[in-house]
Write a protein that binds this ligand. Sequence first.
Ligand code: HEC
Length: 241
Amino acid sequence: MSGMKHLPIFYKVVGFLAVFYIFFKYLINFVMPPLPQSLILMYLFLAIVATTLYISLFEERMQEFWDPVLRFIRSNEGATTGVRWVVLVVVPFLAGFSTFQKLTPTATPPLEQRVIHPAPPREYAQLYNPIPHTPENILAGKGMFIAYCSPCHGPKLDGKGPAAAGFNPPPANFVDPGTIAQLQESFLFWRISTGGVGLPVEGKPWNSAMPRWETRISPDNIWRIIMYEYEGSGHKPRTWE
Ligand code: HEC
């Protein structure tokens, strides 16, 4: 430890503050959740106040602390002059660079808060499927699904149709347990009938490519397509029972 004793107090203080910061910023994360940066800076401020008190308590300690700093600033030795120039250039550059980084706007788009399954309008919530659950009706639904829906939602109902890659939000994947398996038939009837333009405010940003099918497909046929969506994906519609 005799080596430590002769280490100038300036390096001891800088070393202490560095270890202090690294401890609260990184090491502590192994045993507890990370501390907020503002709290770490507050601790660091207190540590700086404490070390300042410690140094300024005695005249000799003050002198010992500033000695290497003054020597660095005043020295005329070749090597020190070179290092001094590096510090004089690098420190202002780093300060300028970090200010630039903080003030430059980034191109990251803001997070979109889109409600994927908003509540359907009241007139749709009460509907039930009037079409009998027969193989003929399901087959008819399959034919219409392949014709109208598979380009986007995919022939395997997994949302990977040939046109899917071009759309954001992507076409729904009906096999995924997060879509139609969570929904009632009446919800699907609403979404298929009114499409992306029928989404309420919370379902924005209204850029859904889902077409509004009520203008092209009769209600009975929409019910048949819904029947096939469940049959083909292996899910059951959600009911209130
Ligand atoms: C042009 C591409 C396209 C076509 C064609 C298309 N859809 Fe969609 N569909 C989408 C997109 C994109 C979404 C996801 C965004 C949204 O919810 O509006 C979607 C969403 C849906 C949803 C909502 C799923 C959920 O989890 O909320 C249903 C149901 C649906 N489509 C059924 C159909 C049916 C049935 C057809 C055929 C009659 C069809 N779609 C044809 C693009 C399409």
